[in-house]
Design a protein around this ligand. Sequence first.
Ligand code: ATP
Length: 128
Amino acid sequence: MSVVTPSGTVLEDDYEMVICKTKDGELGVLPGQIPLVAPLDIGITRLKINDETYKVAVNGGFMEVRPDKVTILAQSAEKASDIDVARAMEAKKRAERRLQQKQENIDFQRAELALKRAMNRLTVAGKA
Ligand code: ATP
């Protein structure tokens, strides 16, 4: 399976199971699966291999499943070890501040998405 973003390949590995957060909910995929394409939510992608589970913070995009390969094409994605926790905490605080403001010129949807990305990163880093 591979996780690819506009800035490059984040992960490329074998898999026993891949679990993604699609727009319709969690979807687990095994090798040999019937092909499909599904849009992804901001959420955790879990890669199971050799009794280990690896988490990746995925910021939207698509998953493409072929019998021999799963590809996640995301706006951005980070492995737990690549997450800058301080940066994610700052992003969370910034988004929360914006959401608390009562001004009309605040883009709430943008702030909500920023908050979701930050919380997702903190969860993957084990700091939520
Ligand atoms: P920020 O406000 O901190 O920039 P963001 O959610 O707006 O956060 P994105 O637009 O999703 O950031 O990502 C921009 C780039 O920065 C991507 O390459 C992403 O992987 C990286 N990135 C963002 N936040 C972090 C983080 N906390 N740790 C590591 N990389 C990050």
